[in-house]
Design a binder for this molecule. Structure first.
Ligand SMILES: Nc1ncnc2c1ncn2[C@@H]1O[C@H](COP(=O)(O)OP(=O)(O)O)[C@@H](O)[C@H]1O
Ligand SMILES: [Mg+2]
Length: 269
């Protein structure tokens, strides 16, 4: 087997919001190595610091302490240009797809932006349409039916699929999916998960999956990190952590999911 390469790592990563009586340690000295092509789940209850960690990794919020390394180099997003360069490598899908779009941009503009971001400005129109059509068909959307529509004219499930079509065009090395299925119905949920895993196979992406659902984490991930009150209290392979949990907190999360093996059978969808 080829040697695994570290894609993203963190050392002593910490985020403190506020001060005095409102001081909250949202993320508290976490250390991790995420590998290329791996699916990692970060699992914890609401308020454990998952989204804050995601925002630090994305460079959407500052870090209070600690360092982030991308492909072995200390991450530098000190200028807007460096930030845009970094965002070619790391992208996100959030819980609420409706908050992710500029509602005044039509869907083809959303997708064209992605092509341009990857250096496709100069491509002929026909080539761009071909790329957009391919991205839409990857997520079972019909590009012809979407042109001239606005994102808010889609259903939640369709919106989330459009987000995945964007990722298909952007081809980042890392995708952070922060509870991407918690606002859509069970049927679309299975489809969305299937598509995310398809993307991993298609582009070899590293996927960081954030969820409070440990059953789901078991189903999708290679590695699992359990987050409690801003700290990683336990981590390892999905089998190690979920079939043989050591921490009481992990055991409690597992007990909240009665049918851990049956719940995420996508073959029937
Ligand atoms: N912008 C913010 N300002 C102040 N406190 C925040 C902010 N965002 C999150 N927090 C606090 O940080 C903690 C972790 O929140 P969050 O990262 O959203 O957790 P999770 O995604 O696991 O639910 C919570 O106590 C939350 O109230
Ligand atoms: Mg969150």
């Amino acid at each position: 087997m080829a040697e695994r390469k570290v894609c993203l790592s963190g050392s002593g990563l910490t985020k403190i919001y506020g001060f005095g009586r409102t001081r909250t340690v949202a993320v508290d000295h976490v250390d991790f190595n995420f590998y290329e092509g791996e699916v990692i789940s970060i699992v914890g209850e609401s308020g454990s610091g998952k989204t804050t960690l995601a925002k630090m990794l994305l460079g959407l919020t500052s870090t209070t302490e600690g360092e982030i390394y991308f492909q072995g180099q200390r991450r530098d997003i000190s200028t807007q240009r460096k930030k845009l360069e970094y965002w070619k490598n790391i992208q996100a899908i959030f819980q609420d797809p409706f908050s992710s779009y500029n509602i005044f941009n039509k869907i083809d503009a959303v997708l064209l932006d992605c092509i341009n971001m990857r250096g496709g400005h100069g491509f002929p129109r026909a080539k761009k349409v071909e790329m957009m059509t391919e991205a839409c068909s990857f997520v079972n959307l019909k590009f012809e039916e979407l042109t001239n529509k606005y994102p808010f004219e889609l259903s939640g499930g369709q919106m989330q699929r459009l987000m995945i079509a964007r990722i298909f065009l952007l081809m980042p090395k890392i995708l952070i999916a922060d509870e991407p299925t918690s606002m859509i119905d069970a049927c679309s949920r299975a489809t969305i998960l299937d598509m995310l895993m398809g993307l991993r196979d298609e582009i070899g992406m590293t996927i960081i999956f954030i969820t409070h659902d440990i059953g789901l984490a078991y189903y999708v991930s290679d590695s699992v990190y359990i987050m409690e009150k801003g700290k990683f209290v336990e981590y390892g392979t999905a089998d190690e952590v979920i079939l043989n949990p050591k921490e009481p907190y992990t055991k409690r999360l597992i007990n909240d999911v009665p049918k851990i093996y049956e719940e995420w059978d996508l073959s029937t969808v």
